[in-house]
Design a protein around this ligand. Structure first.
Ligand code: BES
Ligand code: ZN
Ligand code: ZN
Length: 490
């Protein structure tokens, strides 16, 4: 989608369609011209409700407020509603509520890019969005003089963010037999060559050399060999060093502790954390942020077979800790244990984050739309919470560790068990399992983000389509931008 921003008045812009946002049901606003038709059409101006008056070339969408988060989802829904229409160009006013605040423009640009996304790869008949070009007018009823350069930057960063998120969505939505560890590794190499990133791929031989036995055990029964991907964005004088690790289970059948049929479907999305890492690396390289960022992906397929790892096995992780396997479906934490150790060996970071579709328990506790953030120290947790809830349009909440739940991971015969002995608090116990693989240097610098809820939802919600949402990408890009003090505050 081509987005341009201009100081021309909205009336001076030539376009097939004008998109008008009805803020908080304010039908008295001069932009709103079709009140009589609204009555007939039953349009109430509810958040994300749309009303297309095709003959007049006007599309209305309701937004609860002028906050960037509401504008993002309202605009996305408006764009999505245009699929199947023949409008090729549209114009929209900027709805900026404060002269210094360009956050709403960022939200708008993200909404346009995220709303236009569709995954049609496997459809013989593609439904085409004809809309190619959107012009945003900064000339507004409030009469502020906006700084056009900062407006342009907000729109540009919004587009980069949306494209990075859509890139992640594409990877996650791809069928498991078309996207297995080797394919993910090749995608990373291609991304690196296009975006000036360094890229190292660890194959089976190298993974053995590195003693990543827990990860290798999970991938053993698959016909696709495991890979660990390491991508690096390294600017000249970085302000900070950040490591981000993603769970990249290209399929999670549950292994010998096999999932039931209803729970297995959608498990192609178990690579969402790793796919988010790839999207984040694309985004930061395009924004060219002055932060050194290391992205690691543990790309593995959890399958069944005669050589599968099994409940009762004892695995020795990279850091020498022994793990009693009591459930092969708790595989993500085994993969992450080794990748966490490897990443910390390779990089001494200022901040360390991991993102994973780690537990069904997190979805039970928080619902489909919200990520759970855990760790030992407030700082990295609060950074992630702020970036998610206040700036990016993602939703996240904190889940606290405690010493009593930690005890439930005890094993009689190994250092730790891969599942807890209680059916409750599964998201927290999984996070506490990971904490066993965080070294002293990183303990206060680490946060674990369980994205099992929002990563893949089988209906559209706000700016997210049915299927992969690209969870984690927007949150982490905002976090990294904030670290550079470049992010808009609102
Ligand atoms: N990949 C799943 C978690 C998951 C479930 C993600 C639903 C998205 C939606 C993970 O590997 C898993 O199977 N976890 C088990 C852990 C249990 C065996 C302790 C779970 O949550 O049931
Ligand atoms: Zn599993
Ligand atoms: Zn899994």
């Amino acid at each position: 989608m081509n987005i341009t921003i201009t100081t021309d008045t909205i009336n001076a812009i030539l376009a097939d369609l004008e998109i008008i946002i009805v803020i908080d049901k304010n039908f008295g606003h001069p932009f709103v011209k079709d009140n009589e038709t609204f009555k007939k059409a039953g349009f109430k101006g509810e958040h994300e409700e749309t009303c297309l008056i095709a003959a007049e070339g006007r599309l209305y969408v309701g937004s609860e407020s002028i906050k960037s988060t509401d504008i993002r989802s309202a605009v996305a829904v408006a764009i999505r509603s245009l699929k199947g229409t023949s409008f090729e160009s549209a114009k929209i006013a900027s709805y900026v509520s404060h002269p210094k605040c360009t956050a709403v423009l960022r939200g708008m640009a993200e909404g346009i890019g995220l709303g236009a996304y569709q995954f049609e790869h496997y459809k013989s008949k593609k439904s085409i969005l004809e809309l190619q070009k959107i012009t945003i007018s900064t000339d507004e009823y409030h009469g502020y003089a906006l700084d056009i350069e900062s407006c342009k930057r907000a729109v540009k960063n919004g587009q980069i963010t949306a494209e990075a998120t859509n890139y992640t969505r594409d990877i996650v939505n791809t069928a498991p037999d078309d996207c297995y560890p080797e394919v993910m590794a090749n995608m990373a190499l291609e991304l690196a060559s296009k975006h000036n990133l360094a890229c190292t791929i660890l194959d089976t031989e190298k993974l053995k050399e590195e003693n990543m036995n827990a990860l290798l055990a999970v991938g053993r029964a698959s016909r696709h060999e495991s890979r660990v991907i390491h991508l690096v964005h390294k600017p000249a004088n970085p302000k900070a060093v950040v490591t981000i690790i993603g769970k990249g289970l290209t399929y999670d059948s549950g292994g010998l502790s096999l999932k039931g049929a209803d729970y297995m479907v959608t498990m192609k999305a178990d690579k969402s954390g790793g796919s988010a890492v790839m999207g984040i690396m694309k985004g930061i390289s395009e924004m060219n942020l002055p932060i050194e960022v290391h992205g690691f992906v543990g790309a593995v397929e959890n399958m069944i077979g005669g050589n599968a790892y099994k409940p009762d096995d004892i695995l020795i992780a990279k850091n020498g800790k022994t793990i009693e396997v009591r459930n092969t479906d708790a595989e993500g934490r085994l993969v992450l244990a080794d990748v966490l150790c490897y990443a910390q060996q390779e990089v001494h970071a200022d901040y360390l984050f991991d993102m994973a579709t780690l537990t069904g328990a997190c979805v039970v506790g928080l619902g489909n739309y919200t990520s759970g953030i855990m760790g030992y120290h407030d700082k990295p947790i609060e950074m992630a919470l702020y970036a998610a809830n206040k700036a990016s349009g993602e939703m996240a909440t904190r889940l606290d560790f405690n010493r009593y739940l930690k005890k439930t991971l005890k094993s009689d015969i190994a250092d730790i068990s891969n599942i807890s002995n209680t059916r409750y608090g599964g998201a927290v116990t999984a996070g506490m399992f990971l904490s066993e693989f965080i070294d002293e240097h990183h303990k206060d610098r680490w946060a674990h983000i369980d994205i099992a809820g929002p990563a893949f939802v089988e209906h559209s919600w706000g700016e997210n389509p049915s299927g992969a949402s690209g969870a984690g990408v927007r949150m982490m890009l905002r976090l990294l931008e904030k670290l550079c003090n470049e992010v808009e505050t609102h």
